[in-house]
Design a protein around this ligand. Structure first.
Ligand code: KIV
Length: 278
């Protein structure tokens, strides 16, 4: 448990608590898509992110682009139900917020009202700053996401590291500043060269949460299935595996299968004996 957690006690953490962690205790964030996983992780972390990565991790999609607003709402509501301590943020899926600030407001309002989450995350920099301002001045807390933005995979032609050239690094700094200035309470920096994420963290007044970014960020996020060894289709260099649960699942199910085939399961203790009628 973090010192922060102990101080705050049983109250659920809010976006203001996250913002207050700038330059203090690092924000610990993991993705969560289901109620049981949210429950297992709730007291160990500050922030549960219902990421649109669920399209790839849970549904086997090739990218996050086919994820729908209804999917995010179902999974967001499950994570809120399964947790009581962590601040829960839900990703806005591709196509639900880019067309106009008004459309973004309608989509985000549905997410807030139908999941009970604390705020939303959306991808984009300077081009999204008008929308972020529109949302944050109308009661919708927004977490930004700059650098490698997976919903723009077709534009960038892949998931390569961003900010390698001076011009691109300058643009990502401007993106982060525009998003912070528009009222975002925190910003995810994904897949950039390390010095760039460090420089942005020093420059902007809101917490940065890094993934493939820098240890200097104000917090870190990983996809839970990556850190637990439950997703192996693609493992980026920045992932550290803390467990190999996928292998443990395979071993457990193979043992079960062997027991069934050898008629060792179910054993008498797993069966209900017929009680003689009085
Ligand atoms: O969708 C997601 O899980 C994310 C995190 C990896 C930051 O956006």
């Amino acid at each position: 448990m973090t010192t922060k957690t102990a101080k705050i006690g049983s109250r659920r953490l809010s976006v203001r608590d996250m913002a207050a962690q700038k330059n203090t205790t690092p924000i610990v964030c993991v993705t969560a898509y289901t109620a049981p996983m949210a429950g297992f992780m709730d007291d160990a972390v500050d922030l549960l992110l219902v990421g649109d990565s669920l399209g790839m991790v849970l549904y086997g999609m090739d990218s996050t682009l086919p994820v729908t607003l209804d999917m995010m709402i179902q999974h967001g509501a499950a994570v809120v139900r399964g947790s009581k301590h962590a601040c829960v943020i839900v990703d806005m899926p591709f196509g639900s917020y880019q067309a106009s600030p008004a459309e973004a407001f309608k989509s985000c309002a549905r997410v807030l009202a139908e999941t009970g989450c604390a705020g939303v995350k959306l991808e984009g920099g300077q081009e999204m700053s008008e929308t972020i301002r529109f949302l944050t001045t109308r009661g919708i807390p927004v977490m930004g996401h700059v650098g490698l933005t997976p919903q723009s995979v077709n534009q960038f032609g892949g998931y390569g590291t961003r900010g390698k050239s001076k011009a691109e690094a300058r643009m990502i700094i401007d993106d982060a500043e525009a998003v912070a200035d528009a009222g975002a309470f925190a910003i995810v920096i994904e897949g950039t060269v390390e010095p760039l994420a460090r420089a942005i963290t020093a420059k902007i007044p809101v917490p940065t949460i890094g993934i493939g970014a820098s240890p200097a960020c104000d917090g870190q996020v990983l996809v839970t299935e990556d850190l637990l060894g439950l997703f192996s289709t693609f493992t980026p260099k920045f992932v550290k595996r803390y467990a190999e649960l996928g292998k443990a699942v395979n071993r457990a199910v193979a043992t079960y299968a062997a027991d069934v085939r050898a008629r060792r399961f179910p054993a008498p203790e797993h069966c209900v004996a017929a009680k003689p009628k009085p």
